[in-house]
Design a protein around this ligand. Structure first.
Ligand code: WT7
Length: 648
């Protein structure tokens, strides 16, 4: 990350936003005006926005309840249904024939689903869930490829108040089982497989594996047929999705749910070994999903085609492939496969063919496409694009400039959006037709978001580096960690004595008050925009019989942002074959995204006298830096010398 930091510190370029009088926030003055409204009367502003932007079954009277910090609640005495807000509402408004989802499969098959059709399908699915005994509050795990049925499954859960937990399709059977067990899911919705890089990968088979020895809470598995894989049907447990939906009526009254009814759980990595189930609830989450679509992307539902390339297994896919665009009544595009299949022009061809106007992706994807060469985007007509977004990791100014010039042809504003699974939606980002941008900076907090950069004591830093915090609750904030209240308090609130939400990121603020996100300050890695805990990978490694001890650190990587470097102390004989075995072992425990890029066998790990692994030192060694730091506090400084000498 060092190179990024130096280039970011030198970055002086600034780009004025294009002018568009029809934009939802048409000027910097309008943005400032919103901020001022929140500063003067936050509760009143949220109240008005929540009334205007959501359809309530029962209106709320109370905006924010601060009685039990840090357990805040929003609009708690109101009732609403997410699927009704995302579907029925738009059909009732006369937009039933508008396309809700444009879907493209990797082999090239295309489906266009109108709001009316989506509503029918969601109702059938909701009825099918009820038939299987799913009730409000029950957890449903969704383990699916990027196909419309995944969105249908999510919305069907919300219709009856079931709590979904989407598990990324590339996670292993073991990781799937951990999540099923932690959530005590009653039902798993999956597919026979999905297309990736020209082949069908298996999903149902992994569900079978996950449920073979565990996941006792699961009563049924609903299986969508997509890839033509053979399915090993378990009598009484497994049910064919299409058959189950076929016999159900296409109407289903949306359940009346409290604004704080759990909407979904999404697992993400932290600094301990066990992923945490981030809990989001109904009203506040949906409000912010909709507002950020309108503000950060200047989404205009009557005209835009919005494409967020994230998989629904991540929060980005939840908020910006499904809930945000649908809550606005606009068109969202879903693509099943990988960005570089059959060639590096795939994304640009999709943008051209479906006239995508707002495109949202991760810096990793941008860097990979830069490497593939400018001839790919040049081949396609990208004139429909009007706003470009990035998310997930710091974007290096070079990649930003490429995105701006080669993809956006200097016409499209770039919105670099900083947020997290925990925040539910955007927190720091430019408003595309209002905020001047600087390559590599996420710029300023959204209206209503009280973000700050502070020192270790929580004192605000006007200009300079520090820790990123949020000082006031916001509607789409996480409500907790599933099944572990204490961990919620400890992870996010302990650091500043309950005063601020601590995000886990370092940031620098420049002379204009712009934020430059510097990356995680905890033991969390960001590999290709995917969040992984070092401890999680370490536990996976030590669960292998040949491993005595392991330490995992990140190392800067041009393409992935960070690469995974593991230092391993063995019980067995070292060999190249064992390295490969360990990489596969980690893939089996977590998923292919967690495979270490480097494995270095060591005789021992460098530790302080109190027995702590010296991670910073390992990071320096992994990055190939000269070791300048004092190693006299090490238990055995010979360990370091051997690590250094064993390097090449
Ligand atoms: C972490 C959250 C929520 C989007 C997907 C990732 C990093 C996210 C940016 C950005 C620099 C970013 C942070 C954050 N991050 N967006 N625009 N610039 N860093 O969600 O998996 O919950 O990870 O991603 O480190 O804490 P996530």
């Amino acid at each position: 990350m060092d190179e990024t930091i130096t280039s970011v510190l030198d970055e002086q370029r600034k780009f004025e936003p294009p002018h568009d009088a029809g934009a939802n926030i048409p000027s910097f003055a309008a943005y400032r005006q919103w901020c001022r409204r929140f500063a003067e009367d936050a509760d009143g502003t949220w109240r008005e926005l929540a009334r205007e932007h959501l359809q309530w079954q029962k209106p709320f009277t109370r905006v924010l309840n601060r009685e039990h910090p840090p357990f805040f609640t929003w609009f708690e005495d109101g009732c609403l249904n997410v699927s009704e807000n995302c579907l029925d509402r738009h059909v009732a408004d006369g937009n039933g024939e508008r396309t809700a989802i444009i879907w493209e499969g990797e082999p090239g098959d295309v489906r266009r689903i109108s709001y009316r059709e989506l509503l029918s399908e969601v109702c059938r699915a909701a009825n099918a869930l009820r038939q299987l005994g799913i009730e409000a509050g029950d957890r449903v795990v969704i383990y699916m490829p990027m196909i419309p049925e995944a969105a249908v499954a999510m919305l069907a859960c919300t219709r009856i108040g079931a709590v979904h937990s989407v598990v990324f399709g590339a996670f292993s059977a073991q990781a799937l089982r951990d999540r099923i067990e932690d959530a005590e899911a009653k039902l798993v919705i999956t597919a026979d497989g999905g297309w990736r890089r020209g082949a069908v990968h298996a999903l149902k088979a992994r569900v079978d594996q996950a449920l073979y020895e565990g996941g006792r809470s699961v009563r049924h598995v609903l299986v969508v047929r997509r890839g033509g894989n053979e399915i090993d049907w378990q009598q009484g447990r497994d049910i064919d999705w299409q058959q189950a939906l076929q016999v159900e009526p296409d109407a289903c009254t949306p359940a009346m749910l409290g604004a704080e009814h759990p909407l979904f759980i999404l697992y993400t990595s932290g600094s301990t070994g066990k992923p945490k189930g981030i809990l989001h609830t109904t009203g506040g989450y949906l409000l912010w999903a909709r507002l950020t679509m309108l503000w950060t992307f200047d989404f205009r539902p009557q005209q835009d085609v919005f494409w967020c390339t994230a998989d629904i297994g991540w929060i980005t896919g939840h908020t910006y492939s499904v809930y945000g665009p649908l809550a606005c009544g606009g068109t969202t595009l879903m693509y099943e496969g990988v960005p570089t299949y059959p060639d590096a022009g795939r994304l640009w061809r999709i943008c051209q063919d479906h006239r995508v106007s707002i495109f949202y992706t991760a810096p990793t994807a941008i860097r990979a496409l830069i490497k593939a060469g400018d001839e790919w985007p040049r081949r396609y007509d990208l004139s429909s694009l009007r706003v470009l977004g990035t998310v997930g990791e710091p974007i290096n100014p070079e990649a930003w400039m490429w995105y701006y010039t080669v993809i956006g042809r200097r016409r499209c504003p770039i919105v670099d959006t900083w947020w997290q699974t925990e925040t539910g939606g955007h927190m720091i980002a430019p408003m595309p037709f209002a905020t001047p941008t600087k390559p590599g900076s996420a710029t300023l907090p959204l209206p209503g978001i009280d973000a700050d950069v502070v020192d270790g004591n929580g004192l605000s830093i006007r200009e300079g580096g520090g820790l990123l915090v949020i000082r006031q609750p916001w509607p789409s904030m996480l409500r907790g960690i599933w099944g572990d209240e204490q961990r919620y308090v400890d992870t996010y609130w302990r650091k500043f004595d309950g005063r601020y939400y601590f995000a886990g990121d370092g940031a620098r603020r420049d002379e204009d008050g712009y934020c430059w996100i510097m990356g995680r300050v905890d033991d969390v890695l960001n590999v290709s925009g995917h969040r992984l805990g070092t401890m999680e990978i370490e536990s996976a490694l030590v669960s292998h019989a040949a491993v005595a001890e392991a330490a995992v650190v990140g190392r800067p990587d041009d393409l992935k942002g960070e690469a995974i470097c593991a230092f391993v102390v063995l019980k067995a004989e070292a060999s190249e074959a064992l390295k490969q075995q360990l990489r596969e072992h980690v893939a089996g425990e977590i998923g292919a995204i967690a495979k270490p890029d480097d494995i270095r066998f060591a005789e021992a790990l460098p530790k302080t006298r109190s027995g702590k692994i010296m991670r910073r030192l390992l990071r320096d060694i992994a990055a190939g830096k000269r070791i300048a730091q004092d190693i006299s506090t090490l238990e055995d400084s010979a360990v370091v010398s051997s690590l250094l000498s064993g390097e090449h």
